[in-house]
Design a protein around this ligand. Structure first.
Ligand code: ZN
Length: 165
């Protein structure tokens, strides 16, 4: 019987092979923010169109790198498109919490202790639907890959700061 981890791996590979919102937007008017992860060589470019009423009306992802970095960016783009900047920021917080909870819970424990229920109460805010992002939970078993997973989210945060400046 395939476990949850197999399902997660499939979701990640699906986003890696068929990345959502791949491309670029003309900048300006779109805001472009870049991320680079020297540990792994991952590059991400996030293009954001933010409307006057604070909605992420379009998003495109460029760059190249490992499957974790590219899949995470793809999932992020799908999750924030059409959302308000406030909702996008909330997703950033939820995603980073998901990563850091596990990071701090890793000390000295074996891999099987990484039950998916850990931190679920934090990630499942009433109106925060993590969707496919849940699949990234498995990444925290490999602390060196967490930077791969959060790269696009840090670039997004930068872009939102710029959009709201
Ligand atoms: Zn990477």
């Amino acid at each position: 019987m395939p476990g949850l981890e197999d399902l997660y791996r499939e979701i990640i590979l699906d986003h890696y092979r068929s990345p959502r919102n791949r491309g670029e937007l003309e900048s300006p008017p779109a805001i472009r923010s870049d991320g680079f992860n020297p540990l792994c060589g991952d590059e991400i470019a996030v293009y954001l169109d933010v409307s006057d009423d604070g909605v992420v009306s379009d998003v495109k992802i460029g760059g190249q790198g490992c499957s974790i970095s590219q899949a995470s960016a793809s999932m992020m783009s799908a999750a924030i498109k059409g959302k308000s900047t406030a909702q996008a920021r909330k997703l950033i917080r939820s995603f980073k919490e998901m990563m850091s909870i596990h990071e701090s819970g890793l000390g000295g424990q074996d891999l099987d202790s990484d039950a998916p229920s850990v931190g679920a109460d934090d990630a499942e805010d009433a109106d925060t639907d993590m969707g496919d992002l849940e699949a990234m939970r498995g990444v925290v078993k490999f602390p060196v890959r967490i930077k791969c997973a959060t790269l696009s989210w840090n670039a997004l945060a930068q872009g939102l700061d710029e959009a709201e400046a």
